[in-house]
Design a protein around this ligand. Structure first.
Ligand code: AMP
Ligand code: ZN
Length: 115
């Protein structure tokens, strides 16, 4: 059972209940600035529909579109020198907000492996 929008901060963003500046929007997804950026560019791309995380999504078309949207966001933000995409899943993945999101990080070199 999906969490209701009233319980989820990113559903509130998606429903425009918060005064979050939307950086990019298409039919299924939104992108906005991370509240605690770790890179000069740090955006979050979310599906407007609530999914807890990758475990919960079987819709392959949506997953493909999510990654494509992350690329479009990176292009719009001028990250031509490259960027890092991150999806944290569950506690061991470091997930803190349980609404599926892709981090798009750019504007500096990102070393590998991450912590
Ligand atoms: P994760 O650890 O992958 O679940 O990432 C959650 C991210 O959401 C963190 O980088 C937080 O800084 C960010 N975050 C939490 N609340 C908000 C908010 N209201 N607006 C924008 N970013 C947020
Ligand atoms: Zn949600």
């Amino acid at each position: 059972m999906n969490m209701s929008s009233t319980d989820c901060i990113f559903c509130k963003v998606a429903n425009k209940e918060l005064q979050t500046k939307i950086i990019f929007e298409n039919e299924d997804f939104l992108a906005f600035n991370d509240i605690k950026p770790v890179s000069p560019t740090h955006l979050l791309v979310i599906p407007k529909k609530h999914y807890k995380n990758l475990w919960e999504v079987e819709d392959k078309e949506l997953l493909g579109k999510l990654l494509h949207t992350a690329k479009e966001v990176a292009k719009q933000e001028g990250l031509k020198d490259g960027f890092r995409t991150v999806i944290n899943t569950g506690d061991n993945g470091g997930q803190t907000v349980y609404h599926l999101h892709v981090h798009v990080l750019g504007g500096r070199f990102h070393k590998w492996p991450p912590g």
